[in-house]
Design a protein around this ligand. Structure first.
Ligand code: OXD
Ligand code: MN
Length: 597
């Protein structure tokens, strides 16, 4: 029996069992020390897994390149493995647990021969907080270890916490052969287990993130009466010094990270507004003894998209990634720094692209398509504490109180800039019918509407109809529920130009939301919800014609009635499982629109 630094029998037994399966040459327990971290960095560098960047310009920063066909989450290889297929629901891929374990075992068997198995005890949320959950990830990837050290709380202190209850999510990962044909991302919520094999891409292998904090945690949240959501959390400090916190869900490519750390436009900065970033991707929310909803960000880092990040889109992120950051699939410049399409400064005249090949601007492949220096999904992993707007309440065990929940999507037409739900139940309907239109950056027909309820379509670890029911139940359990809003930064005019400037200016909309939360402004009751009176949105310092604001706030009932047809098709996919309250909201909206037509 090997000597392990824990007295948890359950943990030791499980590690031993997985060792017998994967057969690593040695086992290293991650203790969270800087000394061990720098040792692993050195080994990874020697093995060619990471490149140490220019340490004067980018201290503590590294570059990593993934395999060419391992650059994004592979949703078609991601499964929810529950005893009953029904419990995974139609929005998830399903495999029965015995079949899934058998398939994956065949790939894991002996996969760590000649390699080290790292044992990473990690806590999602502050160690010991009533919100937090513990996981242990076994991996043969040093890149995973180094990323987990940024994204989660790792080490011996977590082991001591684990030993109190022996409750933890069993997370097993192996790169195996990095073969897309032998890749599986499996979730066993009934066993509190995640198995990921054949990938080295963050979203598939940093198992604390999407796998635990969304898929497994959403399952736990339903049982334990809390919410695990794909939401940013931010604090908005008002001119009087009071800070209100909001949580917001957006599908990918809608600017969630930029919103979480926005810089107030001059007009609002002068008024005294300031932003505090709590998280950019995941919110765990519980009802506290005051009857309201409190949230933590279970992570300690950002795993953000590099392409398009610059000083005008996200100045705070530009500061955040200047040190102790791991870059993945970006361009390496001759001076040992990095670049990506849409980065600050000049386009470099040469470099090494994300596939490790020499690169010059304007290069094309044999089909005449541009060769990019960075992969479009190139990422950085950076500690939240680097962020100039990082909240001082990141370690708060009870999190922050949430005054408003915001749902957003990318809609060229239809959805106004902002509106407020009539009630919690109506808000759940708005979240459940959230959608985004495909842009040129995605595969599919431009403009095609894709439903993404609460931005959780790829992340809900159980039947989404039950998830809607859970949201409805949570509303009933709260005496002071947050108000729910929908926003849309992406409405366009006849010539295809965005009507709203977005980015930092979005704070003007958040200000209206907070004014509604605090009953400071009236609102216009429409069939879809409460809309702002144009004069209640502060446009100081923004040259936006009044007519444009009116357009942003207008409702086209014909378009809404068309939308209802699509919502109906979507809801029908849930068959008899869809809560009747959502059909009721559908009928009520239809009736209101028709009465008003
Ligand atoms: C992410 C995602 O990486 O939502 O956060 O895909
Ligand atoms: Mn995300």
């Amino acid at each position: 029996m090997k000597k392990f630094p824990t007295h948890s029998k359950k943990l030791k037994d499980w590690v031993n069992k997985m060792v017998r399966l994967c057969q690593p040459d040695q086992i290293v327990w991650i203790d969270g020390s800087l000394q061990q971290k720098s040792q692993i960095e050195k080994e990874a560098e020697l093995a060619g897994e990471i490149i140490r960047l220019n340490q004067e310009k980018l201290p503590g920063c590294f570059l990593h390149r993934t395999a060419k066909d391992d650059v994004a989450r592979t949703e078609h290889l991601t499964f929810i493995c529950t005893k009953k297929k029904r419990d995974a629901g139609w929005t998830n891929n399903w495999m029965s647990p015995p079949v899934a374990y058998k398939k994956a075992k065949a790939i894991f068997k002996g996969a760590m021969r000649g390699r080290t198995m790292y044992v990473i005890p990690f806590s999602m949320g502050p160690i010991g907080s009533p919100f937090s959950k513990i996981g242990v990830e076994l991996t043969d990837s040093r890149y995973v270890v180094l990323n987990m050290l940024i994204m989660t709380r790792v080490g011996t202190a977590v082991l001591r916490e684990l030993e109190k209850t022996e409750e933890f999510t069993k997370c097993l990962h192996s790169k195996a052969q990095l073969d897309i044909n032998k890749r599986l991302i499996l979730h066993f919520p009934e066993d509190n287990t995640i198995w990921s094999v054949g990938s080295g891409y963050g979203g598939n292998v940093l198992l604390g993130k999407k796998c635990l904090s969304l898929r497994i945690a959403s399952w736990m949240g339903r049982r334990e009466h809390w919410l695990a959501e794909h939401m940013l959390i931010m604090g908005i400090e008002e001119p009087n010094g009071h800070i209100e916190y909001i949580a917001a869900a957006f599908p990918s490519a809608c600017g969630k990270t930029n919103l979480a750390m926005l810089v107030p436009p001059q007009g609002l900065k002068e008024k005294g507004y300031r932003i505090w970033t709590v998280g950019d991707d995941i919110a765990w929310m519980r009802i506290d003894s005051d009857g309201s909803l409190w949230a933590i960000n279970p992570e300690t880092g950002f795993f953000g998209v590099a392409v398009g990040t610059n000083s005008s889109t996200n100045p705070n992120m530009v500061e955040t990634i200047k040190k102790n950051t791991i870059y993945t699939n970006v361009l390496l410049k001759p001076d040992g720094t990095v670049w990506w399409e849409g980065a600050n400064g000049e386009v470099p005249q040469e470099g090494i692209d994300w596939q490790g090949k020499p690169w010059r601007p304007g290069m094309q492949d044999t089909n005449g398509k541009p060769i990019y220096g960075a992969h479009p999904n190139a990422r950085f992993t950076a500690p939240i504490i680097n962020c100039p707007s990082a909240s001082f309440r990141l370690e708060q065990h009870h999190g922050v109180p949430i005054s408003a929940i915001i749902f957003g999507g990318r809609r060229a037409h239809l959805t106004p800039l902002v509106y407020e739900a009539f009630s919690w139940q109506h808000g759940v309907f708005i979240g459940a019918t959230m959608a985004s239109e495909l842009t040129a950056a995605q595969v599919g027909k431009i403009g095609q509407v894709r439903r993404d309820p609460m931005a959780m379509f790829p992340f809900c670890g159980y039947n989404m109809a039950d998830y809607f029911r859970h949201w409805l139940d949570m509303g009933k359990r709260m005496t002071k529920p947050p108000k729910i809003f929908q926003v849309n930064w992406f409405r366009i005019d006849e010539s295809g130009k965005f009507l709203w400037p977005g980015f930092g200016e979005n704070l003007r909309v958040l200000e209206w939301i907070l004014n509604r939360v605090n009953n400071k402004v009236r609102a216009w009751e429409t069939p879809i919800g409460y809309l702002p009176y144009p004069e209640d949105i502060d446009l100081t310092g923004l040259a936006l014609p009044h007519a444009t604001l009116e357009k942003l706030l207008s409702i086209d009932k014909k378009e809404w009635l068309e939308e209802l047809k699509d919502i109906k098709r979507f809801f029908r996919k849930f068959k008899q499982d869809l809560p009747k309250e959502l059909w009721q909201e559908y009928e009520d909206l239809k009736r209101r629109l028709e009465a008003d037509a």
